[in-house]
Ligand binder design. Structure first.
Ligand code: PLP
Length: 360
């Protein structure tokens, strides 16, 4: 298997792929694949319901929240959130942490009034703004954060407090189910599945029920949360195969001891790579400031772009995939989502040390 450090779509657990392979042509002796079945069949409804129940159990989602499986990626949520929650005369507040927060704000501006609650743009988004610097208007429709900036490699260590009646909305596309979270802090959480939860094609939305009852009435049917909440995400044809893959991935997470166990596993494996950076005497330089470092996307630079290119090329020759940084930030990036094995991180840390020995 490739040493896959892709940012997304990303590595899936081998066990999940093998199980899907076993069931691919003939799902539980049905004589057909799950992807050939009606989404109204008992078999698919069972998958849909079980996936929702597993997510609720593993992430500790209370009954006062809906769990929705939507399409259109997290990018569609950049619009759906303001379309459903941004009310006239009540600005939507955004914490500007990097590339994805900027995209989310851009869409909200098309819908209504917005305000910037805090920003680290002057530091090239190499840190999460201090929580104490976040200013949320009392009448804000919501506060939006990007819990993990996939491109810059920064992550909120703690979440901001919000005034009463201001829901906290989080784009958790690149760190959902990688660590324990108190769901009660949030009004709405959304995430594309393709990093920690399965393949692309399905987007998870966890939303407090009282927020959905207020879906604004002019919003098109498919873009309203209440449409999908009222139909268990089966209003129209769902991304059934992707939901099935999320189901298998959640069972894998459960078999690993759940989210808390994965959080520790992720911390241990990323430490290997951060140590390779920190103990390199400046040969490697981490992009993110220390207190803002991501456990999912490790961004780092070398002294010259030439050396970075050489690192990327040699890493590919050794079987590593996806280590070139995003074109907007440059440098290198190792994405270490849930399914990336500890031993692959160890192999990468050793490669980094060896590369330094040869080029330092
Ligand atoms: N938000 C974050 C934090 C992301 O990392 C990504 C994709 O990489 C997106 C949003 C966009 O997701 P999608 O491609 O599902 O629209």
């Amino acid at each position: 298997r490739a040493l896959n450090f892709n940012a997304g779509p990303a590595a899936l657990p081998l066990e999940v792929l093998q199980q899907a392979q076993e069931q691919f042509v003939d799902y539980h002796s049905a004589g057909m694949s799950i992807m050939e079945m009606s989404h109204r069949s008992a078999a698919f409804e069972q998958v849909n319901n079980e996936t929702q129940a597993l997510l609720r159990k593993l992430y500790g989602i209370p009954d006062s929240y809906y769990v929705l499986f939507l399409q259109g990626g997290a990018s569609t949520q950049f619009s759906m959130v303001p379309m459903n929650l941004l009310q006239a005369g009540k600005p939507a507040a955004y914490v500007m942490t990097g590339s994805w927060a900027s995209k989310a704000l851009k869409e909200a501006k098309l819908i209504g009034e917005t305000t910037i609650a805090a920003s680290s743009e002057s530091d090239k988004y190499n840190r999460i703004p201090d929580l104490s610097s976040i200013v949320v208007p009392e009448n804000a429709s919501y506060l939006h954060i990007t819990s993990n900036e996939t491109i810059e490699g920064t992550q909120f260590a703690d979440y901001p407090n919000v005034p009463d009646n201001v829901p906290l909305v989080a784009d958790m596309s690149s760190d959902i189910l990688s660590r324990a979270v108190d769901i009660n802090k949030f009004g709405l959480i959304y995430a594309g599945a393709q990093k920690n939860l399965g393949p692309s094609g399905v987007t998870i939305v966890i939303v407090r029920k009282d927020l959905v009852s207020d879906s604004l009435k002019h919003v098109p049917t498919m873009l309203r949360y209440d449409t999908h909440a009222a139909t268990d995400s089966l209003y129209n044809t769902p991304p059934s195969f992707s939901v099935y893959m999320v189901n298998l991935t959640l069972k894998w997470i459960e078999s690993k001891g759940g989210v808390e166990a994965l959080e520790q596993y992720n911390r241990d494996k990323t430490k290997l790579i951060y140590d390779a950076i920190d103990l390199s005497g400046g040969f490697y330089r981490g992009f993110a400031q220390e207190g803002s470092r991501s456990a999912m996307n490790i961004t780092f630079r070398l002294q010259t772009e030439e050396l970075e290119k050489q690192f990327a090329k040699e890493s590919e020759q050794q079987g590593f995939v996806g280590l070139k940084g995003h074109r907007s930030v440059g440098g290198l990036r190792a994405s270490t989502y849930n399914a990336v094995p500890h031993e692959n991180c160890k192999t990468l840390a050793e490669f980094m040390q060896d590369f330094q020995r040869r080029n330092g």
